[in-house]
Design a protein around this ligand. Structure first.
Ligand code: NI
Length: 158
């Protein structure tokens, strides 16, 4: 396992649409392990593959610090409600901004063994899922910020 370099806003790789994962081989598994390690090392609650320079539809999320979720080829199949709160991103270091998100989402994906999984999340988990999935389509939360970016006094970022 290794900590990978996190790409920051301005890097083209963050603006590209990622490719579907066809099979999870040893290299993909190593990528997933590295993504988890990189996310924890950076005190993040989520990380998407393009943030470490890999254009594959893979994201990892852990909003509690002890409940890692691996999402391969994820898609949101249900969402409801609304939440309005600060959001940050490891690729936009030191900043945060207000973003409105659904308060609940259900996502269908594959896990690291290519088994289909369904993940439901509300509040922070719903926010993290929406945020990470947008990375896979080349979008950053800064496009959605409602009152401008501000300095982030904490170090919890996605
Ligand atoms: Ni992010």
């Amino acid at each position: 396992m290794a900590i990978r370099n996190i790409r920051v806003m301005g890097d083209d790789v963050l603006e590209k649409v990622c490719r579907e994962v066809k099979e999870v081989n040893e290299r993909t598994k190593e990528l997933i392990m590295d993504m988890l390690e990189t996310m924890y090392d950076a005190n993040g609650v989520g990380l998407a593959a393009p943030q470490v320079g890999v254009l594959k539809r893979i994201a990892v999320i852990d909003v509690t610090g002890e409940d890692p979720i691996v999402l391969v080829n994820p898609r949101i199949v249900e969402s409801s409600g609304e939440q309005r709160d600060y959001e940050g991103c490891l690729s936009v270091p030191g900043k945060r901004g207000i973003v409105t998100r659904p308060n609940y989402v259900k996502v269908v994906a594959m896990d690291e063994d290519m088994q289909e999984i369904e993940v439901e999340g509300s509040e922070l988990l719903a926010r993290a899922i929406c945020h990470e999935l947008e990375h896979l389509d080349g979008h950053l939360y800064v496009e959605r910020v409602e009152e401008g970016l501000e300095d982030n006094p904490s170090d919890d970022e996605e």
